[in-house]
Design a protein around this ligand. Structure first.
Ligand code: OAD
Length: 247
């Protein structure tokens, strides 16, 4: 164990205020494509402007809904991997941990994580354009569905490029970052704001910062960079933690 690994293990305790931020890399080992992988990433094949913006949706709602419905079915067949289950265990073992995910797949919840903040929404719900009424996906999808309460068009309940995050969600994230002592970013390219700014902010508040990624990340300001698959690195760190006391 290096001095810095010692530090992360020391901080992974029930009294520490911990923020874990996850990105698409955490779900990659469950068979869900990431966005920016050069070959298999979704944005290598599809245009984010077309699929993940209000302008794209207005232009062709059917295409966008079909694309999300295709991804949703792929996600429904997927199971959480060891990275998800370790984080779920931590969320119970470490009561002051806040888990924030940019993923819309719901796999943290499926793994049993407590109180996950889904900052980019959820692919499993629709929401109406006018009043933000939530609705389930019709099955089969058919023509673009409309809201049963107000008649406006339904869209996936996810955050698209150019859109603001929910205010309450942002407020919860702010308060978690302000008090954070350990910040861990896992499987995210760190290119999409506001999530991309969380590490710097946590560091500014005095947190020890860690990046876990299968690729070497550009030399940033993280105190510790751990290169490898999310499941393997988390398994290793988990193995270094003291066993939970029996009550
Ligand atoms: P990206 O696709 O941008 O980045 C995924 C990161 O995970 C990359 O840095 C990979 O190196 C890393 N990675 C892949 N497999 C891994 C593994 N098994 N273990 C560890 N790391 C691995 O995904 P995000 O950063 O999540 O937003 O993307 C952020 C946002 O951009 C998404 O929420 C989405 C996207 O466009 C919207 O659609 C609004």
């Amino acid at each position: 164990m290096t001095i810095n690994e010692d530090k992360i293990v020391e901080l992974l305790n029930p009294e520490s205020r911990i923020v874990v931020l996850t990105g698409a890399g955490v779900s990659a080992e469950s068979g869900i494509p990431t966005f920016r992988d050069a070959q298999q990433g979704l944005w290598a094949e599809y245009d984010p402007e077309e699929m993940a913006s209000m302008a794209g949706f207005r232009k062709d709602p059917k295409l966008v809904l079909e694309w999300y419905d295709w991804r949703r079915h792929q996600i429904m067949r997927a199971s959480p991997n060891r990275a998800h289950t370790i984080l779920a265990e931590w969320s119970h073992r470490l009561p002051l941990m806040t888990l924030i995910t940019q993923n819309v797949d719901g796999l943290h919840q499926k793994a049993g994580s407590r109180d996950t903040i889904e900052m980019h929404g959820s692919i499993h719900r629709l929401v109406c354009l006018d009043k933000r009424h939530q609705a389930p996906w019709p099955s089969p999808l058919g023509e673009p569905p409309t809201c049963q309460l107000c008649g406006s068009l339904l869209r996936p309940d996810v955050v698209w490029f150019g859109e603001m995050l929910d205010r309450k969600v942002l407020a919860n994230i702010d308060s978690a970052l302000e008090r954070c002592q350990l910040f861990i970013a896992i499987g995210t390219s760190g290119l999409v704001y506001p999530a991309a700014g969380f590490l710097e902010r946590a560091k500014g508040y005095g947190a020890f910062t860690v990046v876990i990624n299968k690729e070497r990340m550009p030399k940033g300001t993280a105190d510790l960079q751990l290169e490898g698959l999310a499941s393997e690195i988390l398994e290793r760190i988990n193995g270094l933690m003291p066993p939970t006391p029996v009550r």
